[in-house]
Design a protein around this ligand. Structure first.
Ligand code: B12
Length: 251
């Protein structure tokens, strides 16, 4: 195997350092030889070499869909990349449950919802529901959590009201749809509503979704952001640590 160059890290396809990338996109024109050449030209102009159109088909009248392969010329200096990371340990639910009950002394109270017009509930359910996700049980299964799942299309004001009524320690929101950055607008909206009521420090604020990163969540005023493939036990462990911080048992 070739040496990996971390100072100029490029994608891997068949061999280390080959820079192989697959693109898929749609042009608002009918499929045609001209559309095919235009798509390839565009990818070459982006700086990719060895460009091959692997697939072109119609996706409705007036739209052509492409799959294209190319090779990246420029990489990234991996050694210089800095990003905030959630560094939680991977503990199983029984260990976390035991620690919550021993160290916090009562269940952690959480209220979850998907806000805005977003109706995707599967992600939030994966974290909260009894059966959880991929063999990792959800927070409802823990004795160390009291869980309210408000479902989808919840208004920020309703969510905050419910969180206050339930004496929640944490608010968990899910943002799945990202068209026109609506996930960001909705995330900001919750923070704005909290600020208006002087409650921005009242709850532990957690957000999740496929296009949510921990970095984005921190920038917008949340305590944590959980992305693709997050497990309920990751969230449970984070909430345990954050609660310990809040009650002064951990720095
Ligand atoms: C199922 C589905 C639906 C179902 C939702 C049913 C339901 N009850 O949830 C239905 C059919 C209703 C639907 C509707 C629509 N959908 Co849809 N849908 C999907 C689909 C296929 C799967 C989503 C899913 O369930 N993933 C599985 C879960 C487990 O993964 P997850 O959500 O990422 O969650 C994980 C993490 O992100 C994280 N997480 C998520 N939330 C939270 C919350 C917290 C607190 C934490 C800690 C972690 C966390 O943890 C989870 C577990 O690891 C996706 C495509 C895809 N393959 O992702 C499209 C997709 C999300 N839908 C899409 C679209 C466009 C729509 C519609 C707008 C379509 C339309 N034109 O009507 C509508 C929107 C309706 C609305 N008002 O929101 C787009 C969104 C595109 C974008 N850029 O925003 C997608 C990506 C499809 C696509 N490629 O176009 N959809």
């Amino acid at each position: 195997m070739n040496e990996i160059d971390y100072k100029n890290l490029v994608p891997y396809g068949d061999t280390t350092g080959d820079g192989a990338v697959q693109f898929s996109f749609t042009f608002p024109v009918e499929p045609s030889p001209k559309a095919q050449e235009a798509a390839a030209q565009m990818v070459r102009e982006w700086g990719f070499s060895d460009v091959k159109v692997a697939h072109m088909s119609s996706v409705g009248v007036g739209f052509a869909y492409f799959v294209i392969f190319g090779r990246a010329q420029r990489g990234v200096n991996f050694d210089k990349v800095e990003v905030p990371e959630l560094t939680g340990q991977r503990l199983n639910y029984k260990e976390i449950d035991k620690r919550i009950l021993e160290e916090i002394g009562r269940p952690i109270r959480v209220v979850g919802a998907n806000t805005g017009f977003d109706a995707h509930t599967v992600g939030l359910d994966a974290i909260l529901n009894m059966k959880g996700f991929d063999g990792d049980v959800g927070l409802e299964r823990y004795r160390g959590f009291y869980t309210v799942n408000m479902g989808s299309q919840v208004l920020p004001a309703e969510l905050i009201e419910r969180a206050l009524k339930e004496k929640a320690d944490a608010i968990l929101i899910s943002k799945i749809v990202t068209q026109k950055d609506i996930h960001i607008a909705d995330m900001k909206d919750v923070i704005l509503h909290l600020r208006k009521r002087g409650l921005e420090k009242r709850f532990i604020l957690v957000v999740g979704g496929p296009r949510v990163t921990h970095k984005l969540a921190l920038e917008l005023g949340y305590d944590a952001g959980f992305s693709i493939g997050s497990y309920p036990s990751d969230v449970a462990y984070f909430l345990l640590e954050k609660m310990l911080e809040r009650i002064g048992k951990k720095k």
